[in-house]
Design a protein around this ligand. Sequence first.
Ligand SMILES: Cc1cc2nc3c(=O)[nH]c(=O)nc-3n(C[C@H](O)[C@H](O)[C@H](O)COP(=O)(O)OP(=O)(O)OC[C@H]3O[C@@H](n4cnc5c(N)ncnc54)[C@H](O)[C@@H]3O)c2cc1C
Length: 131
Amino acid sequence: MPQFDNPDFLIIGAGAGGSTAARVLTERGFTVTIFERGGPSNAEDFIPLDELHFLDHKALIPLKEDDPQLYVDTAKPDAQPQEQERWWITNMVGGSTNQWEANLPRYVDSDMAVTRYLDGPVAGADMINWP
Ligand SMILES: Cc1cc2nc3c(=O)[nH]c(=O)nc-3n(C[C@H](O)[C@H](O)[C@H](O)COP(=O)(O)OP(=O)(O)OC[C@H]3O[C@@H](n4cnc5c(N)ncnc54)[C@H](O)[C@@H]3O)c2cc1C
C-alpha cells in the first residue's frame, strides 16, 4: 500500500526532473509522493493535432488568470515584478517535458564551469562546477 501520508521524499512537480528523481528513489526502496499542480493529459488532449494550434505553444502554457506569472529582474536593484507569459513552463503531469522539441546540443567546457561566468555568488543558491 503506498504511503502517501508519510513518504520518505516529497517532490514538487512531475516533469523530467521530479519524475526521474521519483523513479530513482522508488527503485531504491524509498516511498515518494509527488505534488503536481497540473492535471493529467493524454493523446486526446492534443487532438485535433492541429500544428497551427500548437505552433507557438500557447495552447499549453498556463493562462495569466490561472497563474500570476510574475518575474523580477534581480540584476536591477529597483526592479518591480512584471507580469510575463511563461512560455517555457507547462503545468501538466509530465511538465514542459511533454512539449520539448528534442534538440540535444552537445555540452561544451563552459557548460561545466558555470561559476566562471558569474559576477559572484547567487543569493539563495549553491552553485558548483561539474567536477
Ligand atoms: C516548447 C518547449 C520546447 C523545448 N525544447 C527543448 C529542447 O529541444 N531541448 C531541450 O534540452 N530542452 C527543451 N525544452 C526544455 C525542457 O523541456 C525543460 O528544460 C525540461 O522539460 C524541464 O524539466 P523539469 O522537470 O525541470 O521541469 P518541467 O518539465 O517544467 O516540470 C515542472 C513541473 O512542476 C510543476 N509545478 C510547478 N510549480 C508547482 C507547484 N508549486 N506545485 C506543484 N507542481 C508544480 C509544473 O506543473 C510542471 O509539471 C523545451 C521546453 C519547451 C516548453
